[in-house]
Design a protein around this ligand. Structure first.
Ligand code: HEC
Ligand code: HEC
Ligand code: HEC
Ligand code: HEC
Ligand code: HEC
Ligand code: HEC
Ligand code: HEC
Length: 255
């Protein structure tokens, strides 16, 4: 019993160390973002102040992943609504309103990058969703106030793709011959922030497909010998499986 307790506390300590050393936010970047938005002079007032006028957001936020985040900065803890919207005292004192002394990260994702620096690098890769260009925003895929900041929920895989279908209707189907890979989510083949590969693919060659289709008797795939076909190019080029998202005509997804 005693021993178990020791092992447990060592584990907890190790976890605490692991999480504190791998957090990726940068306090200096955060301060610079606030300054760039001319929020100097504004003070942190806490989410309860926001609740007076924004009941809905405050209520939803109770279950959000960001609710658990608190970042210590010079004398205050940046948390709650103000971690993304900046200190809100001036906005609140002025009676609030659009464009009134408050950051709206929809128009500029710099606030998100202050804590998610590596995401800026991902969106700078050769093939990416045009977020840095201002054509879309993080919130097209992420709900900043809801329980799931991620574009899917633990209970339903359907949600993952639903966000994508808003803009990519062709991939929705329904298809007479669906590719079951899509049920595992678009992200099983696409890195949607950005990638070095064309079409934001996870891999540029047949290894993309062999992650799931690498049967034991390779180069037999799907019961037929693919040795010579592989030499001709990727699995989805030419006369091969071009209907990779699903087909209404061919069960092998060739057209
Ligand atoms: C993780 C970052 C984040 C947190 C935390 C956050 N917000 Fe937001 N908020 C955003 C983003 C991003 C938008 C822009 C959403 C959009 O319009 O697509 C936004 C938009 C808003 C808007 C404008 C909505 C509209 O329809 O124009 C209000 C009001 C708001 N947030 C209030 C709050 C309140 C109150 C809290 C605390 C309970 C909060 N936010 C916490 C990121 C955040
Ligand atoms: C006295 C009431 C009041 C308080 C307090 C208040 N707001 Fe607002 N806020 C408003 C109003 C009104 C709007 C305009 C809403 C609209 O047009 O839908 C607004 C708009 C916003 C927007 C959108 C701004 C834009 O330019 O798109 C954000 C973000 C926001 N508030 C965040 C907050 C946060 C965070 C707090 C707490 C620190 C807060 N508000 C406190 C009244 C208030
Ligand atoms: C002040 C720092 C901070 C800011 C600003 C911030 N985040 Fe986060 N975010 C975090 C931390 C820390 C976590 C990890 C929370 C956890 O796992 O409990 C996180 C988690 C996330 C997750 C994963 C949630 C999950 O369920 O695993 C997403 C998605 C996300 N943030 C998107 C955003 C977006 C979009 C913005 C801007 C609108 C933003 N964040 C702004 C600190 C921040
Ligand atoms: C085109 C949709 C889309 C856009 C736009 C988008 N994301 Fe994501 N994001 C996703 C998906 C899908 C995942 C899950 C990735 C996975 O599991 O492979 C994710 C995961 C995340 C995560 C948590 C997991 C991780 O990879 O660390 C964070 C944090 C995050 N996104 C932040 C952002 C920020 C910040 C922005 C805006 C600058 C943004 N995202 C814009 C779709 C998007
Ligand atoms: C708000 C609209 C929107 C949402 C939501 C969205 N996308 Fe996109 N997507 C775009 C735009 C815009 C482009 C860039 C098209 C271009 O450059 O021609 C794009 C490009 C792509 C491309 C590359 C296409 C090409 O021809 O290179 C892929 C793959 C993709 N998106 C997958 C996804 C996935 C997966 C999701 C869900 C996680 C998603 N998208 C969510 C708007 C969106
Ligand atoms: C099994 C892997 C796989 C999955 C899962 C997948 N895609 Fe793709 N996707 C591809 C490949 C391969 C291409 C490149 C096709 C080409 O170049 O002809 C592509 C291309 C695209 C394109 C560019 C337009 C086109 O058809 O060439 C978009 C948009 C896209 N995918 C969206 C999605 C969405 C949305 C989902 C989830 C519903 C998804 N993809 C799931 C493999 C996949
Ligand atoms: C995330 C896993 C996954 C990935 C990645 C994946 N598939 Fe599939 N695929 C499946 C599953 C599951 C089935 C249905 C079961 C089966 O037939 O093996 C399937 C079925 C197929 C079929 C129909 C089966 C037949 O008899 O012809 C084809 C064709 C196919 N996949 C091609 C591809 C191609 C091409 C790629 C790469 C672009 C790919 N798959 C990537 C999971 C995947």
């Amino acid at each position: 019993m005693h021993r178990k307790k020791i092992i447990l506390s060592v584990l907890i300590l190790a976890c605490a160390f692991f999480f504190s050393s791998c957090r990726d936010y940068d306090i200096e970047v955060l301060q610079k973002v606030l300054k760039d938005h001319q929020m100097t002079g504004a003070k942190y007032v806490g989410s309860q102040t926001c609740a007076m006028c924004h009941e809905k957001e405050v209520k939803n936020f109770k279950l959000a992943a960001h609710e658990r985040v608190a970042i210590p900065m010079e004398g205050v803890k940046v948390e709650g609504c103000e971690m993304c919207h900046g200190p809100g005292s001036l906005h609140a004192e002025n009676g609030g309103g659009k464009g009134n002394k408050i950051i709206n990260p929809k128009k500029n994702p710099e606030m998100c990058f202050a804590c998610h620096m590596e995401k800026k690098a991902e969106f700078s890769l050769p093939h990416h969703h045009p977020v840095l260009e201002g054509h879309m925003s993080c919130t097209d895929c992420h709900d900043p106030h809801g329980a799931n900041a991620r574009p899917w929920s633990a209970t339903s895989m359907e949600d993952t793709n639903e966000k994508c279908f808003k803009c990519h209707k062709q991939q929705r189907g329904p298809f007479a011959f669906e590719h079951l890979a899509l049920r595992e989510g678009c992200t099983s083949c696409h890195k949607v922030h950005g990638a070095i590969n064309d079409k934001m693919l996870v891999a540029r060659d047949w290894s993309l497909c062999l992650r799931c289709h690498g049967e034991q008797n390779f180069p037999n795939v799907g019961g037929s010998n693919h040795a010579t076909r592989m030499a001709q190019g990727t699995c989805w080029s030419g006369e091969c499986h071009v209907a990779v998202h699903g087909s209404n005509f061919d069960k092998h997804l060739r057209y």
